[in-house]
Structures are given as structure tokens and as C-alpha cells.
Design a protein around this ligand. Structure first.
Ligand code: SF4
Ligand code: SF4
Length: 227
């Protein structure tokens, strides 16, 4: 996925959760992205807000949102139900953009004009660019109304960031008993010859295979940078 597609997914949602860290304590607020270009994704805040202070101090942000519905309904058994949709998140590095640079961008890209007008109206406003990030689109259809599996996860990155792998993996200790394949309700496990393999695009990292494997052949990977 390229920056315009990533922006499009966020823009459809509108109001997003922006997370920062303040002296080791996580903090969130609702804001939105207002523009993109080849350098990254853009959002605004005021220099008087704690959000600004945290962005300047850490240079980091994490953004996420959900489409099309954020409410949860329940079935007769009280189990949660979600309308098919997607969540998207991106985590990475930010830099502040001067008003001069914002005006230069607005001269050739109408999208940035909103930022210029808003900053003229509210002089304490400033713009940040998320210029280096990795993230994921988590497309869900838990009741399998529109396709035969629940999940489709698509990773993305831009800047010189790479996508880390975090999840579960079947190791060479696998004896081929097939219990995990039978158990996986996400249809994320398949057989490749004699080997059992996890399709990470479909895997929810729910842990069922990890718990059911009789020989401990499913390993948890905390983080591994992919090439
Ligand atoms: S349950 Fe364990 S041993 Fe059996 S197929 Fe799955 S990974 Fe292999
Ligand atoms: S963690 Fe859950 S979703 Fe992923 S392969 Fe194992 S059982 Fe399937």
C-alpha cells in the first residue's frame, strides 16, 4: 500500500485516535489527518497543547481508527457482533512543518490550503508530518458474510521504515497431527506438502493453535524485522 491509499483509509474514518507517550504514561486524543503527499501524512495541533509538547519531546505518534461502525452489538448469547469493516493503524516518527513550508505545499496542492486557512484563523496552530511509519489494515468479516474467512491483514510502511513481524509461527517441532488446523476458526492454517503453515494475513494471533499443540511446536514471536 502506498501513502495515498493509506491516507484514503484514514480519511474515510475521519476522527482518529492519536497516541503519544508523556513521561512514560500513554496519552490519547481524537484528531484527524488533513493531507498527504510523497513525504507522509499531515495533522495539526496547537503549540499550547500537551499533545504538541509530547510530539516535540518524543518525535513519535501512533494513529488508529475503525470503519464503518465503532459500536458493538450482541447476539442472543450476549456475544459481541461487529459489522464487517476495517481498522487501520500507523506508528512512526513525526516532524513539525513550518508555516512557510505549509504555504509552499498549499501553492501546488489544494489539500494543504485548509491547514493554511486554519493556521491563519488560529495562530497557535501548527502542522506535523508523519514521515516514517509502519502499520496495518485489519479487514474483518467475523461472521464470514462476504468471504470465506474472517480476516485479511495488510501491512504497509513508508519512509525507510520496515514492517516488524509479531505473531505466532509453526516450527520444525511440528509432528503434523493437524489439531491446530482443525481448531483455527480464522482458517489461517494450511498444509504445504507435509508442513503446516500459518497464513499471517488471516491470523488473528488468537493463540488457539499455541494452546492446542500437543508438542509445543507453535512459537510466539514478539518482534522480528522482516527483510
Ligand atoms: S498442532 Fe502442533 S504438531 Fe499438530 S500440526 Fe499443529 S503445529 Fe504441528
Ligand atoms: S493464532 Fe489463532 S488465528 Fe492464528 S493460526 Fe493460530 S489459531 Fe489460527
Amino acid at each position: 500500500m502506498e501513502i495515498p491509499d493509506i491516507y484514503g483509509k484514514f480519511d474515510r474514518i475521519g476522527c482518529l485516535t492519536f497516541a503519544t507517550v508523556d513521561n512514560g504514561i500513554p496519552q490519547t486524543r481524537i484528531a484527524h489527518l488533513f493531507a498527504f503527499d510523497h513525504e507522509g501524512l499531515y495533522f495539526r495541533t496547537m503549540i499550547t497543547k500537551p499533545f504538541y509538547e509530547q510530539l516535540k519531546k518524543t518525535g513519535k505518534v501512533s494513529v488508529c481508527g475503525m470503519f464503518p461502525e465503532t459500536s458493538v452489538s450482541h447476539d442472543e448469547q450476549g456475544m459481541p457482533r461487529f459489522k464487517p469493516g476495517y481498522t487501520i493503524r500507523a506508528t512512526g516518527d513525526v516532524r513539525e512543518i513550518s508555516f512557510g513550508v505549509l504555504k509552499e505545499k498549499a501553492a501546488s496542492n489544494e489539500m494543504f490550503m485548509l491547514g493554511v486557512k486554519d493556521t491563519e484563523k488560529y495562530p497557535a496552530m501548527t502542522t506535523f508530518c508523519l514521515f516514517r511509519a509502519w502499520g496495518e489494515v485489519y479487514d474483518f468479516d467475523y461472521e464470514m458474510e462476504q468471504r470465506p474467512h474472517k480476516l485479511q491483514r495488510t501491512g504497509f510502511c513508508f519512509g525507510d521504515m520496515r514492517i516488524p513481524f509479531r505473531g505466532v509461527r509453526i516450527t520444525d517441532a511440528c509432528t503434523g497431527c493437524g489439531k491446530c488446523l482443525e481448531r483455527c476458526s480464522f482458517k489461517a492454517i494450511y498444509k504445504d506438502g507435509q508442513r503446516y503453515v500459518i497464513d499471517h494475513g488471516r491470523c488473528d494471533v488468537c493463540g488457539d493453535c499455541y494452546k492446542i499443540c500437543p508438542v509445543g511446536a507453535v512459537e510466539i514471536v514478539i518482534e522480528e524485522i522482516q527483510s
